[in-house]
Ligand binder design. Sequence first.
Ligand SMILES: [Zn+2]
Length: 259
Amino acid sequence: MKTIGKTIRANLGVLARRSARELFGVLFPPVCAGCDKHVAEPGSLCGPCWSKVRFIEKPYCPVLGTPFSHDLGSEILSAEAIADRPPFVRARAVAIYDGVIRDMVHRLKYNDRTDLSRWMAGWMARAGHELITDCDVIVPVPLHARRFWLRRFNQSAELARYLASTSKKPFEPDALKRIKKTKQQVGLGLSERLTNVRGAFKVPVAHEIKIRGRNVLLIDDVYTTGATVKAAARALLRGGAKSVDILTFGRVMGDELSV
Ligand SMILES: [Zn+2]
């Protein structure tokens, strides 16, 4: 009798959860993360939006993750990586930053579509599978305290939080601090961007223990010129990190310095 009661209660629980989900689906039907058209699954893209995404897949530069037009072998670096060896070991991104990918980042950052972060992090988990496996700790690129206070939301931290929880890796949002209030990088050229972020980050002494001797995976929403993540990686290494890898959602290619 007890068992039957338990089974009925469990089934009622399942039914209640299912109807809550269905009701939620009716009230808030899932929409395409790129264009707001209705889609079957939350966090997915409609067919036309999906077909426009330029996913970054091998072959690419093993250091910078920039796509190669043909396979040169896993040891061949891009000219850019040879000319200016970055402080990080590897950088990977989901897709080239344009069209739908740019819209998704903007919606997450400025339109309060915080729900997008878990879906975007899911895509990042696939693109950065090796980096996630190899890391000891996940750290987001921080906002300056004042900007965080104004916006109340750090998109990189949200992406990093989901990546850490799904991969069961430690999430350390305080391990890196932005100590200089930098100008927005939008509209700045490469050399201005480098100057803007120089000395912008620091590992607070009290938090060094979280990264000392560890392989750090640094998360940002977009890799533009690399100026920001390079400055952040240098600060992490100065703070005692053993190595730093970079994982972003979007990757700006060529001269598209529009973030
Ligand atoms: Zn769409």
